[in-house]
Design a binder for this molecule. Sequence first.
Ligand SMILES: [Cu+2]
Length: 328
Amino acid sequence: MNPISSLTSLFAQAPAAIENGFWFPAPSSTIAAEVDWMFYFILWINIVFFVLILAVMVYFMVVYRRKDMNLPPTSTSHNNTLEVTWSVLPSLLVLLIFYWGFTGFLDLRDAPANSYEIKVTAKKWNWTFTYPNGYADSDLHVPMDRPVKLIMGSDDVLHSLYIPAFRVKQDVVPGRYTSLWFNANRQGEFQLFCTEYCGTKHSEMLAKVTTHPSGEFERWLDQAVMKLDELPPVELGGLMYKRRGCSGCHSIDGVAGTGPSFKGTFGTEQAFADGSKHVIDENYIRESIIEPTAKVRAGFRPVMPTYKGQLRDKQIDGLIEYIKSLKN
Ligand SMILES: [Cu+2]
């Protein structure tokens, strides 16, 4: 692959149907145009002044170079008009940029009162989006043409949520809530990134954002919940394993990762860090999910976050059935 095409494929994150720009993916929220306008305004000011100053510099170097080494030093003092001009003009430009930047920032910070609220939980290394009805997903689905507010918290370290197509980005901090809002106005699938280095798999901490036209979003949410409730326990468990981030630390192929592999462990006796031994049964799995530090497996660090209050009993039952089903 030639370097140019690999570079452009790097920028092409949204689906092909949407035209992406050179610097940004296609604007897909109501504030995107404003952000882009500001960006290009500053970019062009930089380009114009860079070229202008360099050109004048080179011109002066050539024209005013010292030709006669014996000339006495001149005593030029200064030029009021010139100095006032080059002080006042840039100051006005900077003030203008500050004004636009600050009012734009206030717009970005203040979510409209009627925003649709979605709770976001970041943990190493996945996202959980919880909807008002309790449904949780590892990808984000949002209604179009209405303000959506994300209320975000982290279970472990500092993360940052970034949706380039919407031009929004906000740190997600443990121990407090942060928020951001947007109004998506283009239908499609967009990429969501974690943009704060948060450990080994930071670069895999991704999610998809799907925008649904009004009316269809509610249908999607109803169906998502119904589908979950209808699943047989093993499948529900398998889905939770993928969607709720267990897969980031627990493999199902027998190879230990950050946590022990789930394969073939059910019913076996294992050694623990405090020297005790226990059989991996239903109660132990349940306890591990709700209070992971109660018993820590020998050879592993107690880094598993608790899922207390985040998984319903039915989902925990599903996970137990799923782990049981992974036989050697
Ligand atoms: Cu992260």
